[in-house]
Design a protein around this ligand. Structure first.
Ligand SMILES: [Fe+2]
Length: 428
């Protein structure tokens, strides 16, 4: 024994050999490597009681129509903004059988699931790392590396290929799920604000409590490769792991740990609220924060020229939703199409009615063009969403006036020397 304790350079839990593939313990447990990048990228090793390839001969089946709405046909979204209603509850739905595609591009996708029944199988996604956001509900994500407890407001990252199962808590469950087909989510970091804004990797929670199962029985694992779902059956519990080591791991990240960037004299753009980047997609969190003291405190009109924007409303007042958007709803704003404050929101800004707090939590995931929308999503779409900007063609303060140009020129002249209050004193 050493006199002192030390950290090792890789996280590890339980019974592990001195190093991967090395030492006498290798003859007593079964090592399995979970390797990305053709075994040259991130990697984790799990040590099992039984060989991980002990599937029962003749029991492997391709499952027909296992998750039909996950494979909902995709089409172009065109130049229309969409507001999607909450998915109605359906008792027979479990996390994956009820998974439904909303949008997808070549490297990422957004889905929704409202599970109401337990999973009687384990699942492995062999085509994507999954980023869950728990809008409603609680439970335990059971994984090869140990259990992770979760509740509303948590992100759960489930790396590609990891065996897992959701144990649902009581009450209604509603999750958004983002798939990354071409790489794992990376923590977003700005070169000028560094590692700890808007969150730190120390906010990530990796499993540390192994719950080793030495159980015999009939354990079904469903894997997904593209749109093919295959079931295999093992005679021992898949969580027969006595130890693991590595940096390819599932984890939890709570939205509460997002400490947002705010600017007193300007409006921080969505990119300042990015928490994860994935190939072809970035994920932002708009959370409770103080209102800008000067300058614009609501989003400017904008067109996102390279990305389709999805916005999932979690909790709060949603000032940008003009009263029409409720928790659980999702908006889709297509690439290039202008959008921004609805008339009720901009009136508050124009009239100087500023609050102290943006009391909202919403998750935005933007998808690189071309991104397509599913038939399932179109079925949730409210027909009146484009009308929510109709005040701009009806209300006198927004519509054509003969003296409008003169008015703006006069006002601009009057404001030529205007300065913000929060500025250094002038020398004169
Ligand atoms: Fe936008």
């Amino acid at each position: 024994m050493d006199k002192y304790e030390y950290f090792r350079g890789l996280p590890e839990v339980g019974i592990v050999p001195r190093a991967p593939h090395a030492g006498p313990l290798m003859r007593h447990v079964y090592e399995q490597e979970h390797g990305r990048g053709g075994f040259s990228g991130k990697v984790a090793h799990t040590y099992h009681l039984y060989p991980p390839t002990n599937w029962l001969p003749g029991e492997t089946r391709v499952l027909d129509r296992f998750a039909p709405t996950w494979e909902s046909p995709l089409g172009p979204i065109g130049g229309t903004h969409l507001l999607l209603n909450v998915v109605p509850a359906e008792p027979a739905r479990d996390v994956y059988r009820g998974m439904a595609r909303i949008v997808a591009n070549a490297t990422a996708a957004m889905n929704v699931t409202a599970p109401a029944t337990p999973m009687d199988y384990f699942f492995e996604h062999h085509s994507a790392t999954m980023v869950y956001f728990v809008h409603e509900g609680r439970g335990t994500l059971e994984t090869t590396f140990g259990p992770i407890e979760y509740t509303s407001g948590d992100f759960l990252i489930v790396p590609k290929g990891i065996t897992h199962r959701f144990e649902l808590g009581a009450g209604r469950q509603y999750y958004w799920m983002y798939e990354s087909f071409a790489g794992d989510p990376e923590k977003a970091e700005s070169p000028s604000t560094g590692r700890f804004i808007t969150h730190s990797t120390s906010d990530y929670r990796y499993p540390r409590s192994l719950d080793t199962r030495n159980e015999a029985g009939r354990f079904e694992i469903v894997s997904k490769v593209g749109d093919v779902y295959t079931r295999r059956v093992h005679p021992t519990h898949p969580f027969d792991v006595v130890g693991w080591r590595g940096d390819y791991l599932p984890y939890r990240f709570a939205v509460e740990d997002v400490r947002p960037l705010v600017a007193d004299r300007s409006h921080v753009p969505p990119s300042g609220h990015t928490v994860f980047t994935l190939p072809g997609c970035y994920l932002c969190v708009f959370t409770v924060r103080s209102v800008e003291k000067e300058g614009m405190w609501l989003p400017f009109f904008h067109r996102n020229l390279d990305y389709l924007e999805t916005l999932g409303y979690h909790v709060g007042d949603f000032f940008s939703g003009a009263g029409a958007v409720g928790p659980g709803m999702v908006t889709l704003h297509p690439v290039g199409l202008p959008h921004g404050p609805k008339p009720r929101a901009i009136e508050k800004w124009l009239d100087g009615k500023v609050g102290a707090i943006h009391n909202e939590v919403a998750v935005m995931a933007d998808f690189a063009n071309p991104t397509r929308v599913s038939e399932f999503a179109l079925g949730l779409s409210r027909p009146d969403y484009m009308d929510m900007w109709s005040g701009y063609t009806a209300e006198p303060r927004f519509t054509w006036r003969a003296d409008r140009l003169d008015e703006v020129r006069r006002t601009a002249e009057g404001l030529a020397d205007a300065r913000d209050t929060l500025t250094p004193p002038r020398a004169d």
